[in-house]
Design a protein around this ligand. Structure first.
Ligand SMILES: [Zn+2]
Length: 374
C-alpha cells in the first residue's frame, strides 16, 4: 500500500467513525450513501474497526423485502474516550467522555490554580488517573479562561488566573504519551454548538455569556484564531458610554454590561432577592426590565459582529435566553440599527442548550481527531 493510500484510508476511517458517532446507529448501506465511497471501501473499514473493538454489530432490527437481516452498527463500549479539563480559580473540573458522547465520570478537585505549577500538577495527576482507569483515551483537552495560543501551547494571558505568557505544553513538560491541547474555554464550545443546533450554515459566530462574555468565529468547521489568538473576543466591545469601568480600561464593555456578575449587581440595586440563573420564562417585571436592557446591549454588539464578520448565523448561549424581554430587545435593536441586508439575512439563534465548558473540552478532542489535527 502506498503512503497516499494509507492516508486516504485513515481519512475515510475517521470520517466513518465520525458518522457512527453522530448517527448513533447506522448500517453499512447508509454509510456508503453518506460517505460517497464504494461499498467495498466501507466494508473494509468496518471490518477493521470491528476488529479493533471500536464499533460493533447489533441485532437484527429489521428484515428487508428479500428476507435478509439488516445488521446495524454502533460504537462499541471499548471505543475511544477523551478527557476534558476546565481550569477555574479554586478548582479543576475533569470529565471523561465516551466517543458516543456519554459522560463516564465527572470530578471536581480543589486546587489553587493561581499557582500555575500546582495547577499543572493537579491536571496531570487527574489525566493520568483517568487514563489508568478508562482505557483507550484518545487525548485530553484543557479549557482555560483567557487568551490561548493552541498551536504553540502558550497561555498569553489569563487575568482570572493571573497567568501571563506561560508555556503550557503538558505532554512535553511531563513526558506524557497522550495528545494534550489547550484552548480558550469559550472556543471549546463553539464547534459543539454547531453540532448541537445541526446548523448547515457555512459560517457562524458563537457568543457565550457566563461569568464573562466571549465568542468565536467558525467557518467550515474551522475556528478562526486571528493574528494574536484574540479573534472573537467580543466581551470588550464598548456598548455603553456611561457604563462601569471594565478591568481592560474601557468603560461599558459588553462583558461588564451583560455578564452573570452584571446581572447580580443589577438585582442588588433594585433590592430584588437573589435569582438563580438561567432565567426561566416566569420572571418578575422588574427583572424583565433588566433582561430587556441586557438584550438591547447585546444587540448593539451583534451589529458590530454582523458588519465586521458577516456570519450566516449567530448562535447565542446566555443564561437569559428564556426571557422573551431579552430576546425581543436584542432582535429589535438589530432590526432597527443594523444595515438592511445583514439584518434581513443573518440568522440569530438563541440556543436552548446551555453549553458546559468542561464537556466542550472533552468533545473538542474528538472534533480535532476527526479533522485530522493529530
Ligand atoms: Zn473591557
Amino acid at each position: 500500500m502506498s503512503k497516499g493510500t494509507g492516508i486516504l484510508r485513515e481519512v475515510n476511517k475517521r470520517k466513518l467513525l465520525s458518522l457512527v458517532r453522530q448517527l448513533k446507529r447506522t448500517s453499512r448501506k447508509d454509510l456508503v450513501a453518506h460517505m460517497g465511497v464504494s461499498k467495498n471501501t466501507v466494508s473494509l473499514i468496518v471490518e477493521d474497526l470491528i476488529g479493533t473493538g471500536m464499533i460493533e454489530e447489533v441485532g437484527v432490527r429489521t428484515r428487508s423485502a428479500k428476507g435478509r437481516p439488516k445488521i446495524m452498527l454502533q460504537l462499541a463500549e471499548q471505543a475511544y474516550k477523551s478527557v476534558g479539563v476546565l481550569v477555574n480559580e479554586d478548582n479543576i473540573q475533569v470529565t471523561v467522555m465516551h466517543y458516543n458522547g456519554n459522560i463516564l465520570e465527572e470530578r471536581k478537585k480543589d486546587c489553587s490554580c493561581k499557582d500555575i505549577s500546582k495547577a499543572k500538577e493537579a491536571i496531570v495527576s487527574e489525566i493520568k488517573d483517568m487514563q489508568a482507569r478508562h482505557g483507550q483515551i484518545l487525548g485530553a483537552g484543557i479549557a482555560i479562561p483567557g487568551i490561548v495560543n493552541s498551536d504553540q501551547a502558550i497561555v498569553y494571558e489569563s487575568s482570572r488566573l493571573g497567568w501571563f505568557n506561560e508555556p503550557f505544553d503538558l505532554k512535553k513538560e511531563f513526558d506524557l504519551d497522550l495528545p494534550i491541547f489547550i484552548q480558550n474555554r469559550v472556543r471549546m464550545n463553539a464547534l459543539q454548538s454547531l453540532e448541537q443546533t445541526g446548523t448547515m450554515a457555512d459560517s457562524i459566530f458563537f457568543l457565550q455569556v457566563s461569568e464573562g462574555v466571549g465568542g468565536a468565529f467558525v467557518k467550515q468547521h474551522q475556528l478562526l484564531s486571528g493574528g494574536s489568538w484574540t479573534a472573537g473576543e467580543v466581551g470588550h466591545i464598548p456598548v455603553s458610554e456611561h457604563g462601569p469601568q471594565c478591568p481592560c480600561g474601557q468603560t461599558g464593555c459588553l462583558e461588564v454590561m451583560i455578564s452573570e456578575l452584571a446581572f447580580s449587581k443589577r438585582l442588588e440595586q433594585i433590592n430584588e432577592k437573589r435569582l438563580d440563573l438561567p432565567l426561566t420564562s416566569f420572571i418578575p417585571d422588574q427583572v424583565a426590565d433588566i433582561a430587556a436592557d441586557f438584550g438591547n446591549n447585546l444587540g448593539k454588539a451583534l451589529i458590530y459582529i454582523m458588519h465586521l464578520m458577516n456570519p450566516d448565523q449567530i448562535i447565542i448561549d446566555s443564561p437569559y435566553n428564556k426571557s422573551k424581554a431579552f430576546t425581543d430587545a436584542c432582535l429589535e435593536k438589530v432590526q432597527s440599527d443594523a444595515l438592511r441586508i445583514p439584518a434581513a439575512m443573518t440568522e440569530i439563534t438563541f440556543s436552548e442548550h446551555k453549553y458546559d465548558q468542561v464537556t466542550g473540552a472533552a468533545l473538542a478532542v474528538f472534533f480535532d481527531f476527526e479533522h485530522g489535527k493529530f
